[in-house]
Design a protein around this ligand. Structure first.
Ligand code: NAD
Length: 377
């Protein structure tokens, strides 16, 4: 069975779905592994490192993909790439079914069996395959470093001969995987951290990291599968009113709030940013999905009355080596889950296979993907 890893073609995507360590494990499972020349460059992995791990390095994507039984990728393929895939082959990548409807339909038409990492069930058995979590951790960590790099203040309290400097105050909104990693990182740097989430269930996790959990007089918005449910505009309006004073006294605000398959909820208005002290920094990790901050411009840093709003897209790609290492392990584990005795063997009774498979046998087979493909109501 042949496994191929093409170079990512999306702009500013530096990650790759294979690292030498996972190549060696795939080979140990009797799979033949090929990579497109230069695929690892953005993550500082030269072709020679893949060759040393026994990987074939192929010059062009066409022959590589046309010959592959399984393709591992980070981003959803572009329509042109779908045309290069072999009918009956398996694809594992992020697919963003809510925004990539054309690609999903093209994959079905091409007869590709495509697995979307976003739809992988978040059950204990699937934790080693959970790329949403591994990449969210990278984003949460990096968000704090971006903020610290822009803040004109120290994060920790500093006691020096020239006097004592108080610690920075960091507010994290959304305490899922990215938010918890941001809290842990900001704490390690010595900041005083508080956090808020619409799911009160995260209170203990937040506190165990040494942060204060902000409780607002609002009802829980706990939805299914550990996620938040979609919130009404009325709820979000009340939330903004109540969280405003916490935003105003923070040096750094990191927003990570998301509801699967929906536009990111609006947590911080322009007026709330304007009420922050000049020199403060806001990092909006939801910039790619509409932003948690009203003024965010995806892919840009803005100055609003001396407050910096950072809207970097695809934050995990800005630390490509470790993000690729974790991602490559996630997709390797999912692929090996689908392989029995050196061949793809699909068991649609299995919760992981059924939950993450989007297209198979020329059809869109996943109920969640079908809902996400329909325009959001
Ligand atoms: P996510 O990226 O969808 O959302 C990030 C956070 O934003 C969530 O905590 C959500 O509650 C919060 N949020 C939504 N609307 C908000 C608002 N208006 N204000 C403030 N916060 C808001 O979620 P995620 O980080 O991918 O995962 C969320 C949860 O899923 C985890 O905390 C965990 O409980 C569960 N999970 C389970 C597993 C597993 O069992 N394998 C793996 C990963 C995550």
């Amino acid at each position: 069975m042949k496994v191929a890893i093409p170079k990512e073609r999306a702009p500013d995507e530096h990650r790759v779905a294979l690292v030498p360590d996972t190549a060696a494990k795939l080979k140990a499972a009797s799979l033949e592994v090929s990579v497109e020349s230069g695929a690892g460059e953005g993550a500082f992995i030269p072709d020679s490192a893949f060759e040393a791990a026994g990987v074939n390095v192929v010059k062009a994507a066409g022959p590589l993909l046309g010959d592959a039984d399984a393709v591992l990728k980070v981003q959803a393929p572009m329509i042109e790439e779908v045309g290069l895939l072999k009918s009956g082959s398996v694809l594992i990548s992020f697919l963003q079914p809510s925004t990539q409807a054309d690609v999903v339909r093209a994959l079905a038409k091409r007869g590709v069996t495509a697995f979307s990492l976003e739809l992988l069930p978040r059950i204990s058995r699937a934790q080693s395959m959970d790329a949403l979590s591994s990449q969210a951790s990278a984003a949460g960590y990096k968000a704090v470093l971006m903020a610290a790099g822009r803040l004109g203040k120290f994060f920790p309290m500093m006691m020096t001969a020239a006097g004592t400097v108080p610690p920075a105050r960091v507010l994290v909104m959304g305490a899922g995987v990215a938010g918890l990693q941001a809290i842990a990182t900001a704490r390690r740097l010595g900041a005083v951290v508080s956090a808020y989430d619409v799911r009160p269930a995260v209170k203990e996790e937040v506190q165990s990291l040494g942060a204060t959990f902000i409780e607002l007089a609002l009802e829980s918005q706990q939805g299914e599968g550990g996620y938040a449910r979609e919130q009404s505009e009325e709820f979000l309006r009340k939330q903004r009113e109540l969280i405003g004073e916490h935003v105003a006294k923070s040096d750094v605000v990191i927003t990570t709030a998301a509801v699967p398959g929906r536009r990111a909820p609006l947590l911080v208005t322009g007026d709330m940013v304007k009420a922050m002290r000049p020199g403060s920094v806001v990092v909006d990790l939801a910039a790619d999905t509409g932003g948690n901050v009203e003024l965010t411009q995806a892919g840009k840093d803005l100055d609003v009355g001396g407050v910096t709003i950072i809207g970097t897209r695809n934050v995990p790609s800005t630390m490509p080596l470790h993000a690729s290492q974790l991602f490559a392990r996630n997709v390797m584990n999912l692929l090996l889950h689908l392989v029995k005795d050196g061949a793809i063997t699909l068991d649609f009774q299995d919760e992981i296979t059924k939950g993450s498979c989007v297209t198979h046998g020329g059809e869109i087979v996943n109920e969640r993907a079908k809902q996400l493909l329909a325009p959001a109501s």
